[in-house]
Design a protein around this ligand. Structure first.
Ligand SMILES: [Zn+2]
Length: 137
């Protein structure tokens, strides 16, 4: 069997594995659940997402406003955000994903188990101890 055939077989074997096998241990960033209300966008599970990422709603809210470039209102008690424009969920999910990469995930070991210290200027990993500077919001 030459290398090329072997590689093809290997590829096939991978693509036939059920997806759950890969994703079982992987941390999943939640997707936004929202709706358009006239000229605005309501994110109804903002609090749940923040909780899942173990971050402050206000911190994530600040990031999202910068990301989408419009004003918005956070209702932390209800865990909801209203953005002052209309957005497709894909854009908002991209924002949450970017927030996760910048402010939650450890770049060294990819653990989501991190915390922000030094008034949000340092991201510190609880799993491997890695620390890095992040932009204060
Ligand atoms: Zn780490």
């Amino acid at each position: 069997m030459d290398d090329k055939v072997y590689e093809q077989l290997l590829d096939q074997a991978y693509s036939e594995l059920p997806e759950v096998l890969y994703k079982k241990e992987r941390f999943v960033v939640p997707e936004v659940s929202g709706r358009l209300v006239k000229t605005r966008t309501q994110i109804r599970n903002f609090g749940e997402i923040a909780k899942h990422l173990a971050r402050d709603q206000e911190h994530m809210h600040k990031f999202m406003l910068k990301f989408v470039g419009v004003r918005g209102d956070l209702n932390a008690n209800r865990g909801e955000v209203i953005l002052h424009s209309r957005f497709q969920p894909a854009i908002l999910n991209k924002g949450i994903q970017k927030y996760y990469t910048e402010y939650v995930e450890c770049p060294h070991c990819t653990s989501p188990d991190t915390e922000l210290i030094e008034e949000g200027g340092i991201k510190k990993c609880k799993a491997c101890g890695h620390q890095e500077k992040v932009t204060r919001l």
